[in-house]
Design a protein around this ligand. Sequence first.
Ligand code: IPE
Ligand code: IPE
Ligand code: MG
Length: 231
Amino acid sequence: MNTSNKKELPKHIAIIMDGNGRWASERGLNRTAGHEEGAKVVRKITNHCNNIGIKYLTLYAFSTENWSRPKLEIEFLMKLLEKYLKNELHIYLDNNVRFKAIGDISRFSKSLQEIIKKTENATKNASGLTQILALNYGSQDEILRAIKRLNEQDLEVTKQNFENCLDTSGIVDVDVLIRTSGEIRLSNYLLWQNAYAEMFFVNTFWPEFTTNELDDIISDYQNRERRFGGI
Ligand code: IPE
Ligand code: IPE
Ligand code: MG
């Protein structure tokens, strides 16, 4: 193996930001307080990834399965997302961060869809980090939508054509997958794109996840040997 590659930074980090609810419950707070605190950590981790030169950071914010939560929690999450994106636009622009959404946003309110599109458009020429939010995202849903697109365009079924039809078209596969809160499962997240990801499951609840913990994971990644089926 080429050892000079060993110290390379991951290009693409994907995070399952889990444990907001349990973090809040442990403190006798409403689950929504955990989501609010979690949003602050999104900002911190995004800035850090941008500063150290990561190209893609994909964050699982709302899954296709999360619609099964109580209506009030869903409403809170939708409002929080809208508020977050409105606040964030100037921060993205100041920091040269590009924003992109993956998932089927057509199920969201018109106003939320508009702010998502507006933020994507306003930041589309940024050359720093691309922050990708997975919104009403489920990997199985994404794969089915990709197959429909392939069919509609009458394209031959090849790896390249298929990947071009995924929501993550043009984005390199995941190098580092992190899940917080101690759960060890993928929960329908980037099943195709995680094919060769190095995986890290940490016990920290998302609202307590720090840049130091991320740096430790990156160092650990840099010392892992990725063989991709070779020897
Ligand atoms: C992750 O935290 C955030 C979302 C899924 C929106 P959870 O809300 O799943 O928190 P726990 O897992 O119940 O603690
Ligand atoms: C995954 O977390 C989805 C997000 C982080 C947005 P969940 O808390 O919804 O996953 P499960 O239900 O524990 O698998
Ligand atoms: Mg959870």
